[in-house]
Design a protein around this ligand. Sequence first.
Ligand SMILES: [Zn+2]
Length: 421
Amino acid sequence: MTEQTTLLDQERWEGIYKLMEHPSMLTPDCTEEPEKLKTFLHSMKILVIGAGGLGCEVLKDLALSGFTDIHVIDLDTIDISNLNRQFLFTEKDTGRPKAEVAAEFVNKRVEGCHVTPYVGNIKDKPITFYHQFDMVISGLDSVDARRWMNATLVDIARDGQIIPFIDGGSEGFSGQVRVILPTVNACYECGMILIPPPVTFPMCTIASNPRVPEHCVEWSLLEFPKAHDGRKPDGDKEEDVLWCLKCASERAEKYKIEGVDFKLTLGVIKHVIPAIASTNSIIAAMCVNEAMKIAMNALSLDNYCQYSGAEQPYTNTFEFSKNETCLVCADISSEIEVRKDAQFDEIMTKLKENPEYQMKNPSIQLPGGIPLYMRALAQTHDNLQKPVGDLFESGTELAVTDPVFPQGMFLRLKVKFSNDE
Ligand SMILES: [Zn+2]
C-alpha cells in the first residue's frame, strides 16, 4: 500500500475512526487499541442478501461505515419501476443484474471498499459458500428466502460456527430489524406463527360468488392467459394491467361490486407491498448500526426492533423469545397432536396450513428413513388416506423435509394421538 492510498483511506474513514478512538457504548473495551479495531472492521466479511430497496441502502451504509469486504447476492434484474427507491441504479442500467450494478456503483464511488456480486438464487449456493462470512444481512421481501437462509445459518451454528444474521424488513411506513444469533436467541422460524399465511381466495368464490373487488381482479388474472397464449399478466406492462382492469370492471358490474380501479388491479397483479424509500433507509441504517456493534464487539440489539412511521416516528424494542419447540432451532422435537383414527393427510394439511409450519410440500419419513409420504414416490401416496394409528405408534418422531428448508435438512416432528391415553 502506498503512502498516498493510506492517506486516502485515513481520510475516507476519518469519521468512523473518531468513533473508535473515543470510549462509548460502541467501543466497549477496545479504545486502547483502535488500530486493531480498524483492521478488524476492514477485514470483516459480510454478505448482503438482496440488492433491492433495502439492499441498496444497506450496501451504501456498510461501505460508508468502514466495511470493505462486502458481498452481495441477488437474482433479480433492474426494472424501470425500481428507480424511485433503489438509488444505486439509473435508467441505463435497466435489464442488468441488480447485484452486479450495485457492486459496480459502490466500488467506483467508495474507494478502498470492495463489493463482490453474485447473480443467482441463495438456494443454489452450497452451504460451504456461507461458511466464509462473518455476518449476514438480509434485506428481502420474501418470507421463503428468509426461512431458507435462517435454517441454513442454524445448521452452520450446529456445527459450531455462529454467523450473526441481521434481518431487515420494510412494508409501507413500517419495518423491523432483528438480530439473530443462530441457536443462541430466537431464530426467524421461532416467530413464524406471527407471520400470516398469504391471503388466497378460494377458487369457487372467484369463479361463482365474487363479493369484493379483489375477487373480480383475481378473476381477470384467470381470464388473461386464455386471451394471451397462456401468458400471465405482467404488472410492469401497462397494457396488461389495463386489460385486467377492463375484464375485472365488467365482472364487477355484473355482480354489482364497487371499488375496482387501476391501483387495486395493479396491487393484486403485483401483490404489491408499497415500498417507501425513507422507511428503507431507516431500516437499512438500523441494520448497519447493528453490524457495527457486532463488528466492534459491543452489545447488540436484543433482539427485535419494530419501527413505524405512519403517524409519527416510533420504535419499540423487545426481546423476542425463543420458541422451545421451534422446528428449526429447538433442541427438542416439535409436537403435533391428531386423533388415532385421523387420516395421515390431516398431518400433511396441518404442516401446510398451520401458521407455525407453513410448509410447501413436505416429505415425511419414519425413524430409520422409511418413507411415509414422498411426492416423487407414488407408492407412498396411498398412505395419505390411511389412519395414522395404522402407520405408526403415538409418540413416534417423524423426519420432515420441505422445499422451504435447505436440502437434506430434517425437522423432527413428534406425533401424539389425542385419544390414546
Ligand atoms: Zn427457532
